[in-house]
Design a protein around this ligand. Structure first.
Ligand code: GAP
Length: 473
């Protein structure tokens, strides 16, 4: 993971404000007063999010011979979720306040009160007993009127067909993983894959979270990038370690600071119903959030394939040509949240630097040190002044770069050059290309580096090759 660490300038409030101001993330349904805990990606957010997903897909699917991809539906047969255990086990412990009607997760209340990070492993009865004993007040209204904890299933339900007649109740998938298990046999038969092999998928999942929040950290509608990696049982520890290293390499690739990421082992009580071993990659979020889950890595054994085999009655075994054995593969699952990647990339990239502006005045510049391959805009073309002789050259360069690079390039001729540099710094554009009056004589432009603010002169005809080498997409 990346070694270097900057002093942390980011707070969640600053990131939320920048995200709205610059068009990364807007509150959902904004003109109707918003719908709590829904967020829309604006023009720059859509680019950043797509860049994260594309990089993930290239890294884990396209550039690996042992991986293939899948794009399964959100709505699946309801028996999938019986087989997977989600109908019975995908619960969070819910506590209501009888006075103000706020809702909380009992394990989170216990974590806050006692600093217990094993609270999630307790039964609702154990949690209720502790809550009663400590006589915890409602964090919202302060009254001591919290109910006991009860289990709440987090899957969203909907109906296919007219509700009053023969509608079928289905769930919006709470994880993308099950699409892979359900299509595992088709993939095996059509893709000539051999163990060990993996299937990667990116897609929406839905969770009726009791306490969503912290901006896009915990949302109801999320996107996951998941891998189910099918292996022989005997190799699970070695494969688990290999995937732990692969996730660490990804964390470096998206530019997160090494000392802001740690790996935490789940203890036995905390493990999901399907897992024999899980580690979380945690990020040290600013402010009271602190260390929270970024990604997960789980050894799911053959739990899912066995469950689907039993529930569907379809043989899901694998026939090993070499050993002439037939068995159910085991599974290692690396799982990545898109929103959490997006949020940590922004938090990690944000900086405020004391500097001087183009007139030599002291100034603070806000800058996103985004990895160039993730930056929404790869370069901005800026004519020094809004004069036809400069803007015509700048437009020509913009069109050439767009055609030759096929990347997002910005063009800006408004306000003074200093303000335009600041605007590009704030959205993380790695390079500003300025067309000035010298360009008309020598045919060269000035390219300014976002991080060092160093400037170099590059011939107009060489700009796209120069950018291609620097951006490394
Ligand atoms: N298939 C395994 C699985 O879904 P998980 O730990 O429940 O495991 C995987 O979720 C990842 O999805 C998490 O590590 C996190 O990055 C992301 N995630 C989970 N719930 C989320 C939520 N409500 N909002 C945003 N991201 C979430």
């Amino acid at each position: 993971m990346a070694e270097q660490t900057r002093a942390r300038a980011a707070t969640m409030e600053k990131i939320v404000a920048l995200a709205k101001r610059r068009g990364f993330v807007y509150p959902g349904s904004d003109i109707y007063g918003g719908l709590a805990n829904t967020w829309d990606m604006g023009p720059l957010g859509a680019e950043l999010k797509n860049n994260i997903k594309q990089l993930w897909w290239r890294t884990f699917v396209q550039r690996r011979r042992d991986m293939v991809g899948l794009d399964a539906t959100i709505l699946m047969h309801p028996r999938v979720w019986e087989a997977s255990g989600h109908v019975v086990n995908f619960n969070d412990p819910l506590v209501d306040c009888k006075t103000c009607k706020s809702r909380f997760r009992a394990d989170h209340l216990l974590e806050d009160k006692f600093g217990r990070d094993d609270a999630a492993a307790l039964s609702p009865e154990e949690m209720s007993a502790l809550l009663r004993e400590a006589n915890i007040a409602c964090p919202h209204c302060g009254n001591r009127t919290l109910t006991d904890a009860r289990q709440f299933n987090m899957m969203f339900r909907t109906t296919i067909g007219p509700v009053s007649e023969t509608g079928t109740e289905v769930y919006l998938r709470p994880e993308t993983a099950q699409g892979i298990f359900v299509q595992y046999k088709n993939i095996m038969q059509t893709s000539r894959v051999k163990l060990p092999f993996g299937v990667g998928q990116i897609g929406k999942s839905f969770r009726n979270e009791i306490t969503p929040g912290n901006f896009i950290f915990r949302v109801l509608e999320l996107e996951q990038m998941e891998i189910e990696y099918f292996i022989r049982e005997a190799e699970w520890e070695q494969q688990f370690d290999g995937w732990r290293d692969a996730i660490s390499a990804w964390v470096d690739m998206i530019g997160l600071d090494r000392d802001l990421v740690r790996i935490r082992e789940h203890d036995a009580g905390e493990l999901s119903h399907y897992s024999k071993r899980t580690v979380d990659f945690e990020y040290n979020f600013p402010g009271p959030m602190g260390w929270k889950e970024l990604y997960g890595l789980a050894y799911r054994t053959d739990f899912d394939l066995r469950q689907h085999q039993e529930t569907s009655g379809v043989d899901l075994t694998y026939f090993d040509q070499e050993s002439r054995e037939r068995f159910l593969p085991h599974v290692i699952e690396p799982t990545f949240g898109v929103e959490r990647s997006f949020l940590t990339v922004l938090l990690n990239a944000y900086d405020e630097e004391a500097t001087t502006d183009v007139n030599g005045k002291e100034d603070i510049r806000v800058v996103l040190h985004l990895a160039p391959r993730l930056a929404p805009m790869k370069a901005a073309i800026l004519p020094l002044a809004k004069k036809p002789e400069l803007t015509s050259v700048a437009w020509g360069l913009y069109e050439t770069l767009q055609a030759e690079l096929g990347l997002m390039i910005d063009y800006d001729e408004t306000s003074n050059i200093g303000k335009r540099y600041r605007r590009q710094d704030e959205i993380g554009t790695p390079f500003c290309v300025t067309v000035d009056f010298d360009t008309l004589d020598d045919g060269a432009v000035t390219i300014r580096d976002r991080d060092s603010m160093d400037q170099v002169r590059v011939g107009r005809g060489e700009v796209s090759q120069w950018l291609r080498e620097q951006i490394n997409v």
